[in-house]
Design a protein around this ligand. Structure first.
Ligand code: PLP
Length: 441
């Protein structure tokens, strides 16, 4: 029998992607948020170096978003998304499609990045099924990719720790090599010069299986969760060419890179590449209400629109697809991005941001620094105690002693602040990070 619950008893909550025992011994709590700062229960202000978790791109506590959510909750709390609709879902889909390049003009809503990825993979398989190419069932992901935690996502993803515990997963999946190579790319600002040729590995996968069995390739334009690994110059363009050559669908997982992180609505625009689908989440509502989705090119949507018109065309969806509160939050968020020109702002800050963090190069144990858009990743040499210890110590130290929220991916310290960050706050972040690095040396 469990003990009677008491306020602030930390035992019941099994925290996600967290060292539960260490956390519960020495918790890191956040209790308020406004603009660039969190507050803690003991009244400290913590500089948000991570936009929460790559999502609060507008900065925290934006009145317009708060008001839109509150008003929607009053007006209509929920509407069933199957066989019924509500106006804001259609409006938000149109607004997101307007931001996307090319003919990516249809949007399927989900509630998270993981659901968005699994949705995109299912649409890819379904597309070939309804197009008379049902043998195209193979999927291609990438080593060090992170595509969420659904079975589809971990199957195409390339993070060992996320895969090794969970059995056989999807069959028929291949992986491109990672685009990261420290010897060739260390301390790069922006896209590395070296590595476009790594896209050619797709040719080998085609040679092994034949294109007629391959449905889709999914990659992040910048691998985020494995320590911010930007695509090398020309790599994404090359992948597009090879996919076109063999009729393979190209999916960009833009759950992190969407909504301004790399200075554009979608990274696809930065690279001048139109993928067949884009997954998004996080920044679409600035993290306020869970939402994810998939942007789909017109010919894919059209391929499903056949058969009797009373029949469901795609047997997929979620109770909370296009939830009214998420749609209201999304519309208000997109208004802020447009009105405050935040994507352009990220682009304008990229140079200063990159120079500021590349300048940390001489600090102890710094093995590489990557900067792109409003992202910085600092690889530290692993501690003799074990891989990941120094990175973990860094985020603990950052919270308790230096009042900054950082993220670690193993021994990599990652920053991705709200796009409203000021010049002074960039300097403040770099100063705090340098103190953290010295402390864990
Ligand atoms: C590229 C990418 N895809 C998918 C996901 C999964 O998103 P969620 O945690 O909302 O399921 C993430 C989360 O960080 C991500 O970075």
């Amino acid at each position: 029998m469990s003990s009677p619950s008491i306020p602030n008893d930390l035992s019941a909550y099994w925290m996600p992607f967290t060292a539960n025992r260490a956390f519960k011994r020495e918790p890191r709590m956040l209790s308020g948020a406004k603009g660039m700062y969190y507050t803690t229960p003991d009244g400290r202000r913590i500089l948000d170096g991570m936009s929460g978790l790559w999502c609060v791109n507008t900065g925290h506590g934006r009145e317009e978003i708060v008001a839109a959510i509150a008003q929607q909750a009053q007006e209509m709390d929920f509407a069933p998304p199957f066989q019924m609709g509500h106006p804001k879902a259609f409006e938000l889909a149109s607004r997101i499609a307007d931001l996307a390049p090319g003919d990516l003009d249809h949007v399927f809503f989900a509630n998270s990045g993981s659901e968005a990825v699994d949705t995109a993979l299912k649409i890819a398989l379904g597309f070939f099924n309804v197009s008379g190419q049902g043998a195209r069932t193979r999927l291609v992901g990438r080593v060090r990719g992170y595509n969420g935690v659904g079975f589809g996502g971990i199957s195409v993803g390339g993070m060992v720790a996320n895969r090794k515990t969970f059995g056989p997963m999807l069959t028929g999946v291949d992986h491109l090599p990672t685009t990261y190579n420290r010897a060739q790319q260390a301390f790069t600002k922006g896209e590395p010069e070296w590595g476009a040729h790594l896209a050619d590995e797709l040719e080998n996968i085609v040679a092994l299986h034949d294109a007629s069995t391959i449905a889709a390739v999914i990659v992040e334009p910048m691998a985020g969760s494995t320590g911010a690994l930007p695509a090398p110059k020309g790599y994404l363009q090359r992948l597009r060419q090879i996919c076109d050559k063999y009729g393979i669908l190209l999916i960009f997982d833009e759950v992190i890179t969407g909504f301004g992180r790399l200075g554009y609505a979608f990274a696809a625009e930065r690279y001048g590449v139109v993928p067949d689908m884009i997954t998004f989440a996080k920044g679409v509502t600035a993290g306020t209400v869970p939402m994810g989705g998939v942007l789909v090119r017109k010919h894919i949507y059209d391929a499903f629109m056949k058969g009797p018109d009373y029949a469901v065309e795609l047997f997929h969806g979620y109770t909370y697809s296009g939830h009214p509160l998420a749609c209201a939050a999304g519309l208000a968020t997109l208004d802020i991005y447009a009105r405050d020109n935040l994507f352009q702002r990220a682009r304008d800050l990229e140079d200063l941001w990159g120079d500021t963090f590349q300048a940390l190069r001489g600090l102890p144990h710094v093995a590489d620094i990557r900067t792109i858009g409003l992202v910085a990743a600092i690889d530290l040499d692993p501690s003799p105690v074990g891989a990941g210890k120094r990175g973990y110590d860094a985020i603990v130290e950052a919270y308790h002693k230096h009042d900054i929220l950082l993220r670690n991916a193993g021994d990599t310290i990652v920053l991705a602040p709200p796009l409203i960050i000021s010049h002074d706050e960039i300097a403040e972040a770099a100063d705090k990070v340098s103190k953290v690095i010295r402390a864990v040396a």
